[in-house]
Design a protein around this ligand. Sequence first.
Ligand code: PLP
Length: 284
Amino acid sequence: MDTVYLNGDYLAHDEAFVSVDDRGFIFGDACYEAIVAHQGRFLLVDRHLRRLRSALAEIRIDFDAREIEELLPELIRRNSLDNADFAMVYVQVTRGVAPRAHAFPDPTTSPTVYAYAAQLTRATEAEFEAGSTAVTFPDLRWLMPRIKTTGLLPNVLAQEAAAQAGAVDVVLHRDGVVTEGAHNNIFIVKDACLITAPADDMILPGVIRGCVIEMAREAGITVEEAHFTLEDLFSADEMFFSGTTTEIRPTVIVDGRRIGTGAPGPLTRRVRSLYDAAFGSWHT
Ligand SMILES: Cc1ncc(COP(=O)(O)O)c(C=O)c1O
């Protein structure tokens, strides 16, 4: 049976419970991260923990993220995922258990820390070559999506719209301006230039988004962090989604319309090979 981590203990999944008064359950008063491991070694932990620390600071949950560094390898080991090519640890920190009231609880309230591990499957070469699909959907989220909160209802509704349409991903937009996916970032290619929404207040600054921008620039590819519209996306030469579990996913159909040639393009392939080459060096 899977072993999970809850407030300092390693428990069988079926024996792990949180209180109905947990503020994560009641208010979505929590943030989270998903970090992947390759053969038992975690990738880009520093970047994930930096983002988590900044989210915790913004929502003022007092929690020492060093606890997470310790639980990551232990959870992988206890779930026999040391040799998995691609596994993930999901970790969430809530403001803890307190009688329901919107304002912060007594400062002595301890955060609830929950983590689980899971094996992931990477897209096959054939899936990459076929390209993927997406639908567009309004970005209904609050104005601080840079915080990776568990309050994901707008993302859930958006991803369900994709599922209903038989598509893989969703292109979120605010009044026609593209922001990101429900759980990944978006890049388009126009005239050999990579374009992605700026890491202002309207997106989650993805760890892989950041790596793609850095690697592409180092490789001499022009990258613009700029707002772009649905029209720009539909007339783009190429497009792909990026993310920790998404990796680099070329998208060739959006709302039933073909993007570019309808096949993964040269710049997407280049980014994917930069990603693959870097993958092995992202271990801590
Ligand atoms: C809304 C959103 N955007 C982007 C991403 C991609 O971020 P990362 O590359 O850090 O996985 C995620 C990841 O979960 C996300 O939830």
